[in-house]
Design a protein around this ligand. Structure first.
Ligand code: C5P
Length: 232
């Protein structure tokens, strides 16, 4: 598994996405398609980006009964994405069903990554809204272990948690970390951030970077800077 920078293409249309990616002449960054873009454009956006030569992380965070997740994952698998995800909160049984659905007849499948607790969920809302009393760190690690038990490849987590996840679940368990910012950049609405270099040192396998690249005056230079710090 290679370390890489994944650009979060948080756009609401294919046109805006292509305008953005056309700036990267000769380069084919690994891209993340989230709910906004997928719901706007449907499977065609995946097919078109794939045809242009991009690797794709389809970030749709599935969470439903095991049978529905299994059948939906089978559909997503046929889109030939490289990575997709679900909510670990859906239980081990749901995650196992997802793996079954995702696995193609030839035994191959995209990487499957679990969201543990969203970084927007804090301990107070876990207690008040969800009646989860345990400390958030413990919950995140428990969900990561559940994902491993179910046969998943890794988790989405904050870069601050990546080291602990590897310590608990092994170095081969993939960590995909958003919340990355340049040392001299805008933090925006992200609360717990790290630079690409810090994320590298702590052992993140993939960093997901949105606005520091998409909103940069020179997105290609910002992407190169990320790559140099994180991979280079
Ligand atoms: O623009 P920015 O770099 O903050 O984008 C981060 C991307 O990672 C967004 O697509 C966001 O939805 C996603 N993400 C996140 N925090 C999580 C899970 C996903 O920021 N816990």
């Amino acid at each position: 598994m290679g370390k890489d920078v994944i650009i979060a293409c948080d756009f609401d249309s294919a046109q805006k996405t292509f305008e953005f990616l056309d700036k990267f002449t000769g380069k084919k960054p690994f891209v993340k398609i989230g709910m906004e873009l997928y719901y706007a454009e449907g499977p065609s956006i995946v097919k078109e980006l794939k045809a242009r030569g991009h690797k794709i992380f389809l970030d749709l965070k599935l969470h439903d009964i095991p049978n529905t997740v299994k059948k939906s994952m089978a559909v997503l698998s046929r889109l030939d994405v490289d990575m997709t995800n679900l909510h670990a909160g859906g239980t081990i049984r749901m995650m196992e069903a997802a793996i079954e659905g995702l696995t193609r007849p030839d035994g191959t499948r995209p990487l499957l990554i679990a969201v543990t607790q969203l970084t927007s969920t804090d301990e107070e809302s876990m207690k008040k809204d969800l009646l989860i009393e345990k400390p958030i760190d413990e919950v995140v690690m428990h969900y990561a272990e559940n994902a491993k038990k179910a046969g998943l490849d890794g988790v989405v987590c904050s870069p601050l948690e990546a080291g602990k996840v590897h310590a608990r679940c092994g170095d081969g368990f993939v960590t995909v970390t958003p919340g990355v910012r340049f040392a001299d950049g805008d933090v925006g609405d992200q609360k717990r951030v790290m630079t690409p270099l810090e994320a590298k040192k702590i052992g993140s396998d993939y960093i997901v970077v949105g606005r520091p690249i998409t909103a940069a005056a020179d997105p290609v230079a910002a992407y190169e800077r990320c790559l140099n710090e994180f991979v280079g």
